[in-house]
Design a protein. Structure first.
Ligand SMILES: [Zn+2]
Length: 270
């Protein structure tokens, strides 16, 4: 890399634990990366089924996620985990390579290649145009997007996540059965062309990725499409779910989902 562009900064401490887990119901947990800046601190959702488990999104790939999940195993027995990424941005697809069964929408395949080629954790190394487009959506990142490292010697200026092709491509209407717990994939394009959500029929929940969360949404990236986003918001405002498990921030209920979707439609002439 170009050493001249590398900012100097304080040495970062080594984090005792990279991930933080909260059970939101008896069989659904939210995992986050507390040492990652808010902008890239995504929600990793873990759903336990009778026969296998489902992981939706994988964080930034900085800490090792699969060994962390293995510690949740029942009675020492390993669990089979199906891993789905809601879209191919770094803060969702970073740990994808750690899992054997990897699902993604094919429309995000090109974006995945771009993501794997980029440097995510040092915004000074991002292109001017990317920073300008994020600023249009109200996001101005700090120079470094972590405040600790997962292990001694970890270098955020050269870090790139492990690379892995999806093992399966998915689309709206596809189902994932965990045994006693069934999920349906729903197409939610706009933030990226291959953005998807999942409906958990048991908990009447939507796992929404970055299509919708309770905060500033990003529709100004080269891969974003406001026209598609309007269609997604029209679908979301009519969706009959009790709770949304978002790609960023805390869960929210159906009335808040409707408010956010209708607000987006109003603001964009939909
Ligand atoms: Zn995203």
């Amino acid at each position: 890399m170009d050493e001249a562009r590398r900012p100097t900064g304080p040495d970062l401490p080594v984090a005792a634990d990279w991930f933080w887990l909260t059970w939101v119901t008896a069989r659904t947990a939210l995992i986050t990366e507390p040492h990652v800046d808010e902008m890239l601190r995504s929600g990793i959702w873990y759903f336990r089924g009778r026969d296998r488990d489902l992981l939706v999104d994988t964080g930034n790939g900085v800490g090792a996620l699969a060994p962390f999940l293995a510690r949740l195993a029942h009675a020492g027995r390993p669990r089979h985990t199906v891993c789905v990424c809601t879209h191919a941005h770094i803060d969702h697809i970073g740990g994808f390579h750690e899992f054997g069964r990897r699902l993604l929408h094919s429309a995000d395949r090109d974006l995945m290649e771009e993501t794997y080629g980029g440097v995510a954790l040092a915004s000074a190394l991002w292109s001017e145009s990317l920073r300008a487009r994020l600023a249009e959506s109200g996001f101005v990142p700090p120079p470094l997007l972590i405040d600790a490292v997962p292990s001694p010697g970890f270098d955020p200026y050269t870090f790139r996540p492990g690379r892995a092709e999806p093992t399966h491509f998915v689309r709206g209407g596809d189902e994932i059965d965990l045994g006693g717990r069934r999920f349906t994939i729903v197409d939610l394009p706009g933030h990226t062309p291959g953005s998807i959500g999942l409906i958990d029929h048991e908990e009447r929940a939507l796992v929404s990725g970055d299509a919708v969360y309770d905060g500033g949404l990003i529709d100004t990236l080269p891969e974003s499409d406001v026209g598609q986003y309007l269609g997604t918001m029209d679908l979301l405002r009519r969706l009959e779910v009790d709770v949304v498990y978002p790609g960023h921030g805390r869960p929210f209920d159906r009335s808040r989902l409707r408010e956010i979707a209708e607000g987006y439609l109003r603001a964009n002439g939909g």
